[in-house]
Structures are given as structure tokens and as C-alpha cells.
Design a protein around this ligand. Structure first.
Ligand SMILES: Cc1cc2nc3c(=O)[nH]c(=O)nc-3n(C[C@H](O)[C@H](O)[C@H](O)COP(=O)(O)O)c2cc1C
Length: 199
């Protein structure tokens, strides 16, 4: 658990650190990757959240590049973290979770699929067409592909380090838009509930 609601605030994450992390080889990860919809009650600590967000779309070889590629390097996919305590935006350049809303808003991510509420955390990918610089059909296609890249990074990272996840399109898009005060230039497109395997 990151914190309790009473003191929900921005969170500076520890520096992403893979040293000492037990991870599978890429080929084993690819062979074993599968969707999981059942989670243990174990929550992620702040180091695990930092590593997960970094794997999703963190700063990679320099400030201008991310672990997930985007069309023309527009970096238009914004990542939101829904926990039992609050909802945050991951600010990759600062390795920061910026508080957007206190309280448990995971039901908005569930969108009717109840298993999602039992995942300690859900990542929601939002296409930001303002960042992309266009909102036509091609921009929509590129945004969907780029969100898929982020989601697949999460799928593979989780499989590699013993976390479990499932890529999803189901969610309460309008509810999430309202919660995050998104404009019609920002579209929630994919999500990944993340946790640990049920014992
Ligand atoms: C774009 C996309 C959307 C998906 N949406 C959902 C969803 O809303 N709910 C869900 O339970 N699974 C969803 N899935 C997961 C697929 O059902 C799952 O990946 C597929 O059955 C293959 O299983 P595997 O991931 O174990 O290989 C989605 C997967 C993708 C790629």
C-alpha cells in the first residue's frame, strides 16, 4: 500500500532499479506471457511501482526517449495509476506520481469486470491528441498502436518479474474522463490491472 487517503499527495518514486531483480529471459518471457484475472491481496511497494511505470513508458536512453516507442516520438500516451488510495499521473521525467484524485476509483477501470477491483493497482493509458498534434483518423490509429506498445511493455515486464496482468479495453471511459478532468482531446484507450499471482 502506498499511503492512506488521509495523507494522499504527490509521490516521488524511488529511482527505477532492476539490480537484484529476478527476471526471465526475453524468449522465456514471450513464451510464458499470458493474461491473469485473479490476484493475491499483496500490494506493490513503491520500488515495484517505480519499476513497473518505468517499464511501461519511463525515460530510457535520454530525456527525449521512452521505454515504449511512439509514432514520431510524440510521447502522446499518458499513464495513470489507480490504487485503493488514490489516482495519480505518472510523470516520467520526474519519476513522480502526481495526485489526481483521492479515494478508490478502481471500479471505473473495472467497467463491470469485477476482478479488476481486486488488483492492487491498475494502469490506464490515455491518448493525448494535443500532445500528438492532430486528432484525425491517422492520429487515432497511431495513438492506439502507441498505447498497445505501452500495454505490451507492461505485459512483458510483469511476466518477466513474477507480477500478473491482463491488457484490457473495457473501462468506464466517460467516468474516467470526468475523474481526471480530461478534455475531448484525451481518450482513455487501454488499461492493465497489475498484481501478484493468487497463492
Ligand atoms: C486490445 C485488447 C483488448 C482487450 N480487452 C480485454 C477486456 O476488456 N477484458 C478482458 O478481460 N480481457 C481483455 N483482453 C485480453 C484478451 O482477451 C487476451 O489477451 C486474449 O484472450 C489472449 O489471451 P492471453 O493474453 O492469455 O494470451 C484484451 C486484449 C487486447 C489485446
Amino acid at each position: 500500500m502506498l499511503m492512506n487517503t488521509a495523507c494522499a499527495q504527490d509521490i516521488t518514486l524511488p529511482t527505477p532499479c532492476m539490480a537484484g531483480e529476478k527476471s526471465l529471459s526475453m524468449t522465456e518471457t514471450l513464451a510464458k506471457r499470458h493474461s491473469v484475472r485473479d490476484y493475491s491481496t499483496r500490494t506493490l511497494n513503491s520500488q515495484e511501482i517505480s519499476n513497473l511505470c518505468w517499464a511501461a513508458c519511463g525515460v530510457s536512453r535520454d530525456n527525449e526517449h521512452r521505454t515504449a516507442p511512439t509514432a514520431m516520438n510524440r510521447k502522446e500516451i499518458r499513464l495513470f495509476v489507480f490504487t485503493a488510495d488514490g489516482t495519480y499521473e505518472y510523470i516520467a521525467e520526474k519519476n513522480l506520481l502526481q495526485l489526481k484524485a483521492t479515494g478508490d476509483h478502481r471500479p471505473l477501470v473495472a467497467g463491470g469486470q469485477n476482478f479488476v477491483k481486486s488488483a492492487p493497482l491498475s494502469l490506464v493509458m490515455v491518448i493525448d491528441f494535443e500532445k500528438f498534434g492532430a486528432q484525425d483518423q491517422r492520429a487515432m490509429m497511431m495513438g492506439c498502436v502507441d498505447a498497445g506498445n505501452v500495454s505490451e511493455n507492461v505485459n512483458l515486464y510483469c511476466q518477466s518479474v513474477g507480477m500478473v496482468t491482463v491488457p484490457r479495453a473495457t473501462m468506464d471511459i466517460n467516468g474516467i474522463r470526468q475523474l481526471l478532468r480530461l478534455s475531448d482531446k484525451q481518450l482513455p484507450i487501454m488499461n492493465n490491472p497489475v498484481g501478484f499471482p493468487k497463492e
